[in-house]
Write a protein that binds this ligand. Structure first.
Ligand SMILES: [Zn+2]
Length: 126
């Protein structure tokens, strides 16, 4: 069975294969960025079975954390609860703080989205 991270993400993907993918810490930035975008989009757009959804969500978080670390990405603090960078957003929903569940003002929302764009879309000099 292939352990390639290039296997297409469909409901037929074996969730165990997702856990066998290479550790993000061993990956180059561009493949990691491509996979992060692919995995995150797949989770957003599909209703996978629970095991596959869990595996992909976990993979997405690991890839994102490693990209944040390597690209030096930091997020603004929440003005409500002062927690740093626990921002999240479900598809079609507004950005919220995952600690106090408040939505931030416009300037913070803009900054969080700018940082996410650095992770998923923009090429940095490595
Ligand atoms: Zn908060």
């Amino acid at each position: 069975m292939s352990k390639s991270a290039d296997a297409p993400i469909t409901e037929d993907l074996d969730w165990r294969e997702v856990h066998e993918r290479p550790s993000p810490s061993t990956m180059a930035i561009e493949p990691m960025r491509r996979e992060a975008k692919e995995v995150t989009t797949a989770v957003f757009e599909n209703n996978f079975n629970v095991d596959l959804d869990d595996a992909l969500s976990s993979r997405s978080r690991k890839l994102q954390r490693e990209l944040e670390r390597r690209l030096g990405i930091t997020y603004p603090d929440c003005p409500q609860c002062q927690t740093e960078g626990e921002w999240g957003q479900e598809p079609g929903e507004p950005l919220i703080c995952y600690v106090c569940w408040e939505g931030p003002p416009e300037d913070i929302r803009h900054e969080v989205h700018r940082q996410w764009k650095r992770i998923f879309e923009v090429r940095d000099d490595e």
